[in-house]
Design a protein around this ligand. Sequence first.
Ligand SMILES: O=P(O)(O)OC[C@H]1O[C@H](O[C@H]2O[C@H](CO)[C@@H](O)[C@H](O)[C@H]2O)[C@H](O)[C@@H](O)[C@@H]1O
Ligand SMILES: O=c1ccn([C@@H]2O[C@H](COP(=O)(O)OP(=O)(O)O)[C@@H](O)[C@H]2O)c(=O)[nH]1
Length: 487
Amino acid sequence: MNLVVVSNRVARGKPNEPMTGGLAAALLPVVEYSGAIWVGSSGRVRDGHQKEPFAEIEALGSGAIATLDLPSAHYGGYYEGFANSALWPALHSRSDLIRVSRDDYVSYREVNAFMARALMRFRKPQTAFWVQDYHFLALGAELRDLGVDDPIGFFLHTPWPVAAVMQGVPNHRELITAMLAYDLLGFQTEEDRQNFIAYASGELGLIIDDGVVLSQHGRTRCEVFPIGIDAEKFAAYAAKSASHPDVSRLRRSLNGERLAIGVDRLDYSKGLVNRISAFDRLWTDQPQLARSISLLQIANPSRGGIEAYGNLQNEVARLVTDVNGRHGEVDWTPIRYLNKGFSQAVLAGLYRTAQVGVVTPLHDGMNLVAKEYVAAQNPGDPGVLVLSKFAGAANELDTALLVNPHDIDGMARAIAVAAAMPLTERKMRWEAMMKTLRGHTIQQWSSDFVAELEKCRTEKVGAAPLAAQPPQALRWLKSAISGVRLI
Ligand SMILES: O=P(O)(O)OC[C@H]1O[C@H](O[C@H]2O[C@H](CO)[C@@H](O)[C@H](O)[C@H]2O)[C@H](O)[C@@H](O)[C@@H]1O
Ligand SMILES: O=c1ccn([C@@H]2O[C@H](COP(=O)(O)OP(=O)(O)O)[C@@H](O)[C@H]2O)c(=O)[nH]1
């Protein structure tokens, strides 16, 4: 099978560089080992009147990576506009942050159509397309318009919210109807899948048959595929990280003090303000813990051109300065706050150095940092994960200390409990999480999705699309369930 993977963000196989986000981090080993071709944005733009989209192709393990310059007239409206100022806030249940214009939607659709045209050159017999994330909700429909009848699957890395929130996205009906051109829709959690199905049935009036949405496009299967990590790789990185200068300098600087670590993109979904407020509360309510536990917060700048992100960057910087100013001492800094990224090999050593991992997003599709923190621990003396119950990872890592990220007092208490937890309890919790991580690797995630996608090829043979079925079959379906509408 010729597998074509598509995403906006791609990663290049450079082991000493930080990854930008979990999608790129996760897909890199998938493409390296599966032999797929991975198509995405080069991050550069070019005049949109190109006859043939400009692509640079390079080898990536047994696969390849093709990066495209996206059309300059539409890039802003697509990436900073519709994708990250309408869809991203909605998908993370932040309707208050939706900022969008009509032109943004047009640009979003233009870039989806552009990508579809660009993909045609990678199509061979027995191709399957696997599209990633909210940047390309309409790409499947654009490929169908170009005559593609191969299996096309889509995986959403973010949450899918309740219908009332999606209704706040301009053109939501048209867009979500377009999603039904995909044969397979993958979600991180059962809650996300249920929310999507509830929208398809409640808002679009479609029939749902055992997790399959029936529409004018045919059958769209909705399934849950929680994304995993290569736990053994992180364990190996962590075991040999002590000699890395950043890791050894951090260890020397601690003088027996306990360390908590947070690693996030600077994104309002990550709950940084509440987390820092929880540390503030901890040091205020339990002053004996000052000097005994500090926080290393790595906050990689993200989507800096968008106002909400600029505001957040200022707010977090002010808060860190305020907290350090009030709790700091001449020889003690409560929060070390870094606006830069580290390679995963270094991150693994930083994770292992910290007795507490704090992963407290307000909403997160999965959160791979939570899984990486666990995988990097020393089996003989593991740290404790404090994890938001609103991260997708909480479904699997249920022996972490689960917290409500809106409850500042509760988080402060959980951090104190984590820092003081006896070894036997730490080991018990950690071993249960490691078992889960080893059982759901990134390779397993990808092979499960691709196997399901391949089944769609077999199912398609002989099955006419719903719209092409005899009228009496449609009439029967309609009358069988009253009050539903086939679009
Ligand atoms: O590409 P950017 O705009 O710089 O953003 C980075 C990525 O952020 C999001 O990552 C998500 O995918 C992770 C892996 O499945 C998941 O753990 C996390 O919860 C998600 O937030 C976004 O979905 C990606 O498209 C971006 O590339
Ligand atoms: O300095 C950094 C910070 C993060 N990451 C990687 O970026 C990904 C972040 O993924 P996550 O799912 O936690 O969040 P996202 O940023 O995708 O929302 C993880 O694989 C991290 O190892 C990295 O390589 N260097």
